[in-house]
Design a protein around this ligand. Structure first.
Ligand code: ITT
Ligand code: NA
Length: 199
């Protein structure tokens, strides 16, 4: 059983591989299909963008495809960077520049952690040809740290405080998957996927 994750983000794929290992699916991502086109994320919501990625790639390949659109929503910034998380430091975004920009925007506000509350969000869309797509989502609440800390994970993990002491980048892969937005969404997906696959 093969599942394509419609992503070019190696950090996401790593988490999906671990999460699906127990369920007997072989995971591929878009790096395994260099001939496929870049999907432009023109949607205005996580769901629209996850749908675009999953349904386009499923149409082209005829396979079961999962799209993941995710991001970090900071309360005091009205939910930004949100769907712009990957592109926050455009035109040439990197994780480091995204983090630097976010910390800079938060600098004049909020010293107290409560004012730096935030959550990660993931919407997952599973798509296959000629079928209604399956949609699940989950959040992971925490706080934005004053400075980056930790080496694991990807994206904004080094500044996402999961408790008073640790950032998401200081968790093991297993711990992050147990707690995270992506891990929680995937648990929901695994519950619904078998029935959806039969219809
Ligand atoms: P694909 O579209 O190819 O899947 P992407 O990285 O562009 O890759 P998104 O458009 O969904 O994916 O943007 C998600 C961004 O949100 C990601 O690049 C990170 O900056 C951030 N993000 C999402 N999940 C995260 C996580 O678990 N830990 C840290 N940052 C995360
Ligand atoms: Na993207």
């Amino acid at each position: 059983k093969t599942l394509i994750i419609a992503t070019r983000n190696a950090g996401k794929t790593r988490e999906f591989r671990k999460l699906f290992a127990d369920f007997g699916y072989e995971i591929k991502d878009l790096m395994d299909y260099p001939e496929l086109p870049e999907i432009e994320e023109t949607g205005s919501t996580f769901e629209e963008n996850a749908r675009l990625k999953a349904e386009k790639i499923s149409q082209i390949t005829g396979e079961v495809v999962i799209g993941d659109d995710s991001g970090l929503c900071v309360d005091v910034l009205g939910g930004l960077p949100g769907i712009w998380s990957h592109r926050f430091s455009a035109p040439d975004p990197t994780d480091e520049k995204n983090i630097a920009k976010l910390l800079h925007e938060l600098a004049p506000t909020a010293i107290t952690p409560e004012k730096r509350s935030a959550h990660f969000h993931t919407t997952l869309v599973a798509a296959r040809p000629e079928h209604e797509s399956l949609v699940v989502e989950a959040d992971w609440h925490g706080y934005i740290a004053l400075a980056p800390k930790g080496e694991n994970g990807f994206g904004y993990d080094p500044i996402f405080l999961v408790d008073a002491f640790r950032t998401a980048a200081e968790l093991s892969d297993e711990e992050k998957n147990r707690l995270s937005h992506r891990g929680q969404a995937l648990q929901k997906l695994m519950v619904e996927l078998p029935k959806w696959m039969e219809n």
